[in-house]
Design a protein around this ligand. Structure first.
Ligand code: ANZ
Ligand code: ZN
Length: 838
């Protein structure tokens, strides 16, 4: 055997061998039990980053481990290939989004291959491929026909200078990212998917997802946001008209100090049509982006309409009516009553407009007179200053007010959901064309299936803002599939979250003429273990759960939950560096000098800052490719697994990767020495250690505790190194190679072959732990002289006193201290210690 493991030649050789043998191809008709391991597919941004490496290494270890355990493993990879960055590249660099994307895919695929991932590349999909998005269009048409798709006016971000719709990410501090113009909100007719039809079921379903992190389930629950409340009517003073409001806090009804309607509310619109001041205010509200964050942080603004409403529980009590920018038209009824003491938005609003702030909930009844200051109090407590509700709990008062409203006929208890229908229209080129044709006579007609895919035209330009599909000379002009008259195509494309809502089904089954085959898809699905970033904890996972349910409703699938197990991994971080003038510096632009740092190019002092998530903006990224060049795939994989628990952040460091590299070499040396110095005879202690390690590594991989599995291997390697040659030692080395094979497959294959095995270690079975050897039947005995610990020894559990005493007296350290003298006394505590009094 060579004295060193050389990844430069071995990595590629084994990657080829796996490919040629089709080792990681998943067979649909295999008799083995199935398992489906999936990592979130990457966006082809250009190059693989460390976050990908970590994510895919984890999934890979599990996939390889499951394979060795007799499973037929589906472990596929593909590309989430539509989206904005490709269009930005087109605008900035004058390259077609398709060309940019496909070349990135080629680069990144080559990079992934170099890491030796056990992927079934025969199932690769790219969402920008008509073979994929054409089937997505077919599914869209199915959902359309099932009544799960509809069109509705909705607000978008409009850049008045570039004359274009902006995605939320393109609105920065309320301004267009390119033009810098103040963004307006505009109404456009857009397509929606009826996710709200499934709100209750999506919420219920979370309960059964016991292999998901609790925090993700909670985030989904909050996002769906089921709340019980009261919908009721305020009468306008001196009029027959009413304003209907929705509240989740009917208990605070006596704390009301105003009523507010959305700028889009019919009352506001009517006023706006007659009154210049109101119209001006409504226009002001239209400025600014549509993001939730923008709504939260925008200053609370109102316009006093002069109208007054009567409190439903007191005919003498009138409240002013405002138009307010923080009231949304598409939630509840688009109108609210404000309780400044107990709602932060209302608090800010009341403070600005001098409205009263009256406490109606207090920690205890004696605090009824305590003013609410600084901010609203939304905690639990007892109801005060509220007439017949005084003394009740918050929940009791809610029930009481709902009961009274229903009895008196001015309101009804209702359920409200925060979840909105999913707006999927994007006014962009690089996405799946929405397969609909607009006919002046027939309305919106889905494209017949035999005319799919609706393919994106190639000849488009990005030199002027707006959607190139809109201005393409011919693409959108078609005849109506239903009446044959002149009609136009929908020019909006689908939100890329649609693409990622079913890719895991297409991986399982990809016939050319249908989205998937039901029986084959059901053989593989649900995904047994899904691994990805927590940034997808809400939208992606919710949309995929919805899409699966929608397919179930139309009879395409027989299950509701696509991902049985979910794991969200931590981020890869790195120290940050800055030059003297504050510029961010990348790790290879700085050098250590003495106790400090300098910027290499200038010699000026530099400073190290916080350890943060690797990001381009802070320039603290480390490109995996040169690291693979230098250390090989196994060292990178080993480091990714070793340092931190997988759910926590991992700090990338030079020392860490070097340590990993040294360990790979150590494994190799152990493999070589075991071969060279074969011995005979048993080593029970080593056998035991080995079998305990087999059990521990298996359990830790199953539990995704990769760092613990790594620690188990280190311990075993130490034990093997200390052990004298024996048959046990040779067996331990061989078995250890199988234990590390899922983690560092290249060195494992190399050692396996060198040891004379036919076939690949990837195909070898996972070793079995012998239960008899898992029981600890030896104990560690402390050896003390005059009460001071000098050494330890091992002895069979329950060994007699004489045996322990003899072992202690014969110990080298003890002999040296005794220097020939006989001990004055020997104290033995069975199974624990021997103390020699000298
Ligand atoms: C009175 C009140 C008192 C409220 C109080 C809150 C706290 P969640 O729980 O998130 O569903 N609201 C209702 N419709 C609204 C709309 N269209 N735009 C903006 N806000 C709206 O929120 C429900 C609460 O948000 C409702 O309960 C209402 O304010 C407000 F101490 O009514 B509340
Ligand atoms: Zn028609």
């Amino acid at each position: 055997m060579a004295s060193r493991f050389n990844p430069l030649t071995a990595d590629e050789r084994w990657q080829k061998a796996w490919e040629v043998a089709g080792t990681f191809r998943a067979a649909d008709d295999s008799p083995r039990p199935k398992t489906y391991i999936l990592e979130m597919f990457p966006y082809p941004s250009g190059r693989i980053h460390m976050g990908h490496v970590r994510n895919y290494t984890m999934g890979d270890v599990l996939a390889r481990y499951k394979r060795m355990n007799g499973f037929e493993v589906l472990h596929p990879m593909g590309w989430d290939a539509f989206g904005m960055p490709a269009e930005n590249a087109a605008m900035e660099r004058n390259v077609h989004p398709g060309e940019w994307t496909w070349s990135n895919i080629a680069t990144m695929k080559a990079q992934l291959k170099r890491l030796g991932f056990a992927l079934d590349w025969s199932r690769e999909v790219a969402t920008c491929d008509p073979a994929y998005y054409g089937q997505e269009q077919a599914l869209f048409v199915d959902l359309f026909e099932a009544g799960l798709v509809y069109r509705k006016e909705s607000e978008v971000n409009w850049d008045p200078v570039d004359m274009t719709v902006l995605a939320n990410e393109q609105v920065i501090d309320g301004r267009g990212w390119r033009s810098g113009a103040l963004v307006e909100r505009r109404k456009l007719s857009q397509w929606f998917l009826k996710i709200t039809d499934f709100a209750e079921d999506l919420l219920e379903g979370l309960k059964g997802l016991d292999q998901w992190p609790d925090k993700v389930r909670l985030m989904q629950e909050n996002w769906i946001g089921k709340s019980r409340g009261l919908q009721f009517r305020f009468a306008l003073a001196g009029s027959e008209e009413r304003i209907e409001v929705f509240t989740t806090r009917p208990d605070t009804i006596f704390g009301a100090s105003f009523v507010a309607v959305s700028p889009d509310h019919p009352i506001a619109q009517t006023l706006g049509n007659g009154e210049a001041k109101a119209a001006e205010f409504i226009a002001l509200c239209k400025r600014g982006g549509t993001t939730a964050a923008e709504f939260e942080t925008a200053e609370k603004l109102g316009f006093d309409t002069g109208l007054r409403v009567v409190h439903p529980l007191d005919p003498e009590w009138e409240l002013p009516v405002y138009i307010a920018n923080f009231v949304l038209m598409d939630y509840g009824t688009g109108a609210i009553f404000g309780v400044p003491a107990h709602d932060q938005r209302d608090f800010e609003f009341a403070t600005k407009y001098g409205l009263s702030i009256r406490r109606v909930v207090a920690a205890s009844a004696k605090d009824a007179g305590k003013p609410v200051e600084g901010e609203a109090e939304n905690g639990d407590g007892v109801i005060v200053n509220s007439r017949f509700l005084d003394g009740m709990s918050v929940d009791g008062a809610k029930a009481a007010v709902i009961a009274r409203a229903e009895a008196e006929g001015w309101g009804e208890g209702t359920t409200a959901w925060r979840l909105r229908d999913w707006g999927v229209s994007r006014q962009r080129y690089w996405g799946t064309p929405i397969p609909v044709i607009h006919c002046p006579a027939c309305g919106a007609v889905p494209v017949p299936k035999d005319q799919l895919p609706v393919v994106l035209p190639e000849d488009v330009t990005f030199d002027i803002p707006g959607n190139p599909l809109e201005r393409h000379p011919t693409w959108k002009h078609v005849t109506c599939p239903s009446c044959g008259g002149a009609a136009v195509r929908e020019t909006d494309t689908l939100d890329t979250f649609v693409d990622s809502s079913w890719y895991f089904i297409r991986f399982a089954s990809q016939p050319a003429d249908r989205p998937f085959d039901k029986a084959v898809a059901e053989r593989w699905l649900p995904v047994d273990q899904y691994i990805g970033g927590v940034e997808h904890a809400i939208l992606h996972l919710l949309y995929a759960r919805f899409w699966t349910r929608a397919l179930q409703r139309i009879g395409r699938l027989d299950f509701a939950e696509p991902f049985r197990g979910l794991f969200t991994q931590g981020m890869v971080t790195h120290e940050t560096y800055r030059a003297a003038d504050g510029r961010w510096l990348s790790p290879d632009e700085v050098e250590r000098q003495g106790a400090g740092l300098i910027e290499s190019s200038t010699g000026e002092p530099a400073t190290a800052g916080r350890v943060e998530k690797m990001s381009k903006s802070k320039r603290n990224t480390v490109d995996p490719e040169p690291i693979v060049d230098q250390y090989g795939a196994d060292a990178v994989r080993w480091f990714m697994l070793s340092d931190s628990p997988p759910e926590r952040d991992l700090e990338w460091s030079e020392a860490g990767i070097e340590g990993a590299w040294r360990f790979i070499q150590r494994l190799w040396r152990l493999a070589s020495t075991a071969q060279a110095g074969e011995g005979a005879g048993e080593d029970r202690a080593l056998d035991r250690k080995l079998h305990q390690t087999i059990a521990a590594v298996g359990a830790n991989i199953e539990g995704l505790a990769f760092n613990k599995a790594v620690a188990n291997v280190y311990e075993l390697a130490n034990a093997i190194e200390k052990a004298p040659p024996s048959a046990s030692r040779t067996a331990a080395v061989e078995t250890m190679m199988r234990l590390v094979a899922p983690m560092v497959p290249h060195v494992a294959e190399e050692a396996w072959t060198a040891a004379g095995h036919d076939g690949m270690i990837a195909d070898a079975p996972w070793p079995e732990a012998d239960p008899a050897l898992l029981i600890e039947d030896e104990v560690t005995i402390a050896i003390q002289v005059n009460g001071k610990l000098r050494d330890t020894g091992r002895a069979p559990k329950g060994a007699p006193r004489e045996q322990l005493e003899a072992m202690a007296v014969a110990n080298d350290h003890v002999q040296r201290i005794l220097a020939g003298a006989t001990p004055k006394k020997v104290i033995v505590v069975p199974d624990r210690l021997v103390n020699i009094v000298a």
